[in-house]
Write a protein that binds this ligand. Structure first.
Ligand SMILES: [Mn+2]
Length: 354
C-alpha cells in the first residue's frame, strides 16, 4: 500500500519499513461471559497481550455484542473487550443483553409508573443474575462497565462491512441515524425505548433482537434455556419467503405442522430484507448450533452458543481476499469449543486470572 519506505542504510543494506496497514477484521460472536475462552480465541487468532491489551499488528477485532450474562467469567470478558476498544484495537456494537443491563439499572422517570426502566420481574432478574453476582464485590467496575455500554453504537458500517447484533433493517438503521447519527443510545432514547409502541422501542427491538412472528393462540415453545416463548425468531435473507419454515431462525423447531404455514400478508410485510448484493454483514444473537456455516453468501452469524457448551466463533475477514471473490467463505470461521467439562476447556497462555 502507500506506507512503505525504503532507503539505503549506512551499512548499504536495503532496509524496508512497513507501517502497520490494516489487513482486515476478526469478528467475534456473543461471548456471554466466556472470558477465558475469549482469551483463547484471541490468542488463536494471533493476538498478543501487550500492556494488558490483546493486540494484533495488522488486524482489529469487532465484537458483535452480548459480552455479559450467563457465563462464568463475565468481568473478564468485559475487561478484555473494553480495553481493546479503548486502545483502538477493537470495535463493538451493543447486544440486547447490554441494553437490558442499562435499562435494568436505570430508575424510571416519574410518570412511567414503574421503579426501573426494565422492571425487575423474575424473568428479568434471572437473565441478569450472573452478571450482578459477579460484579457484586466490584461496584465501581460495574458502574464503569455500564458507562461504557452507554457509549457504544448499535451498528457499524466500516471498511466495506456492516455489523449489528441481530438484524440489519435498512429503514430502521436510516431512521436511527437521523435520530442519533453515531447510532449510540442516549438516556432519552433508552427511556423512550422502554415504552412499547414508540419508534425507539421498535428500532432497538429489531436491530438487537431481530424479527419475530407470533405463534397461534395457545401455542408455546419451551426452549432449551428454560424460557417459554410465544413467538419465533425470523431471519431476513429469504428472497421470496412463502411459509413460516422459510424464515424461522432459531435452535428450537417450530411446533408440529407450523413449518408449512403460509406467511400472512401482514407477517410478510413485517419482515426485514437484506439482499445478496449488499456489503457483507455480520450478526450474532441467534444461538446457532453445530459447525459454523454461512446462511447467505454475504451474511455470517457468529453466535454458536459458546455459553451453552457450543463454540465461540470468529470470522477472519480480510479485505484483499474478499475483494477477489466478492463473497464470504466458510473457511474463514475460526472457533474454540467449550466442552461441558470445565477441566477439558482450553486455557489462555498469556492471560492470567484467578
Ligand atoms: Mn443477543
Amino acid at each position: 500500500m502507500c506506507c512503505v519506505a525504503s532507503w539505503a542504510g549506512a551499512t548499504g543494506w536495503e532496509i524496508e519499513v512497513t507501517a502497520n496497514v490494516l489487513e482486515g477484521y476478526d469478528l467475534i460472536g456473543d461471548v456471554h461471559g466466556c472470558g477465558a475462552t475469549l482469551a483463547v480465541l484471541l490468542e488463536r487468532l494471533g493476538y498478543h497481550l501487550k500492556g494488558g491489551v490483546y493486540r494484533h499488528p495488522r488486524r482489529k477485532v469487532v465484537f458483535l455484542g452480548d459480552l455479559i450474562d450467563r457465563g462464568p467469567r463475565i468481568r473478564l470478558a468485559v475487561s478484555i473487550a473494553k480495553r481493546m476498544v479503548e486502545e483502538g484495537e477493537a470495535y463493538i456494537v451493543l447486544g440486547n443483553h447490554e441494553i437490558n443491563a442499562l435499562s435494568y439499572t436505570q430508575k424510571a422517570p416519574p410518570g412511567l409508573e414503574r421503579e426501573w426502566l426494565r422492571p425487575h420481574t423474575p424473568r428479568h432478574n434471572r437473565i441478569i443474575k450472573e452478571t450482578l453476582d459477579q460484579y457484586h464485590d466490584h461496584p465501581q467496575e460495574w458502574d464503569d462497565a455500564l458507562s461504557w455500554f452507554a457509549s457504544l453504537p448499535l451498528c457499524l458500517d466500516i471498511d466495506g462491512i456492516r455489523v449489528v447484533h441481530a438484524c440489519w433493517d435498512h429503514a430502521r438503521v436510516d431512521r436511527l441515524r437521523e435520530l442519533n447519527p453515531d447510532t449510540c443510545i442516549d438516556a432519552e432514547f433508552l427511556v423512550r425505548a422502554s415504552i412499547p409502541d414508540t419508534e425507539e422501542f421498535d428500532i432497538l427491538e429489531r436491530l438487537t433482537r431481530g424479527g419475530a412472528i407470533k405463534l397461534p393462540q395457545g401455542v408455546v415453545i419451551h426452549s432449551g434455556d428454560g424460557f417459554s416463548r410465544r413467538t419465533f425468531r425470523t431471519h431476513f435473507w429469504a428472497q421470496d419467503p412463502i411459509t413460516w419454515g422459510d424464515v424461522v431462525f432459531q435452535p428450537d423447531n417450530l411446533p408440529q405442522g407450523l413449518e408449512g404455514r403460509p406467511l400472512s400478508g401482514e407477517e410478510k410485510a413485517s419482515l426485514s430484507y437484506y439482499g445478496p448484493d449488499e456489503p457483507p454483514l455480520f450478526i450474532g444473537h441467534y444461538w446457532c448450533e453445530g459447525i459454523p456455516a454461512l446462511p447467505a453468501p454475504n451474511i455470517a452469524c457468529l453466535d454458536y452458543s459458546a455459553v451453552k457448551f457450543g463454540r465461540l466463533v470468529a470470522y477472519r475477514h480480510s479485505f484483499a481476499s474478499y475483494a477477489k471473490t466478492g463473497r464470504l467463505d466458510a473457511d474463514n470461521f475460526i472457533w474454540v469449543p467449550v466442552p461441558r467439562d470445565a477441566n477439558a476447556r482450553l486455557t489462555p497462555r498469556e492471560m492470567e486470572f484467578d
